[in-house]
Write a new protein. Sequence first.
Length: 437
Amino acid sequence: MKRIFLLILAAAVSEAAEPNWPQLEKSALDLLQRYLRIASINPPGDTTAAADLLQGALESHGFQVRRFTAAPGYVNLLTRLPGRDRSRKPLLLMNHMDVVPVDRAAWKMDPFGAVIQDGYVWGRGALDMKGIGIQQILSLIALKEAGVVPARDIVLLITADEEMNGTYGIRWMIANHWKEIDAEYVLDEGGFGTREILAQGKLVFGVMVGEKQSVWLRLRAKGTAAHGSQPIPDNANLILMRAIQRAMELPAAQPHPVVAEMRRNIAAPLAANKYTAAIQANTASLTTLQAGVGSPPKINVIPSNSEATLDCRLLPGVDHREFISELKKRINDPRVSVELASTPNDSGVSSSQTPLFEAIRAAIRKHHPEAVVTPMLVPHGTDSSNLRLKGMIAYGLTPMVLDLATAGTMHSDAERIPVAEFYKGLRIFFDVLKMEY
């Protein structure tokens, strides 16, 4: 009876306590712009100024923020909002402060200017993932200010080093402060809402439940050095070109169960584009080529060595050792070596049959009644993979509707998010956090 009373009381408080949305939206956009103007590029990975800004915002609303410096400049932040049932493991909200480098010459505007133009806020990190970070932070502040006590503790972790594999971010926190972040659920980046990327003309919100493994390979070919005027078959560049072609002739993969579930939930064919292609198969991208003698390389010298790198992404459950073994068999050339240049991390997938997933579904459909909400895979990596390996149920939630052009600006020279969707995402996060899960 007491449990039922608490649930009824919590529901009543949740319905009655609504933030002043215009004021919250204004504060959120202002904080996002100030955040984007901090060039927290990794490398070098100094998040001190970003951490100062976010810590100040949280402390001004009564949060006690703990600061963890993993290495000079690598600052991680942690705070907690107590919930009604302290015996249950928390929900971990997680975002990262670091961003990838920029090619300033390629940007049409200052990548750290946080300019608002054409209904978008532009800047490095707007999509990956400062925008989502501010949505998490402001929704947590709004929850506290509204007097809503969540179902369980909510722990907010803001990390320093996601873009360089989390060495001084999530991996360091797991190794040194596991008790402070141990949780049942995680909400991180990944997934999105779209009317065109997943299915044409149908609003689909994908919630990330798993991600592909990063298998980075370095191919080296050895040949014979010679004068360019006299072609030879033992040319390292030609050997390497043939090896790359064979390596990238990947066999078809078995359909992944999460993708099969996506198809059933959407009840329509998946749209045909590079994103949906990537989540349905193992992939390999040629990313670098290096060869030549001298600096600059001499045009008339055939080099004895040539090198390339492949960024391979494997579906969850695929054994990377078998993948590499089969790739070597396809190359079938003793003059070519294949070296693993990463540490693959197969963290599997999180179940979508949970109260938190249903809370996410309900919150999204409150604001988008026509939306299909489905678990999905993402083709890139996130910090969540490290936490799935520790037994946590980790989801990626980007509560914004994005078109293909906007979603494709992640890591690009035109990164941006729609201001209207940024505002709506605040409301979705707020509704998720105040529900029962």
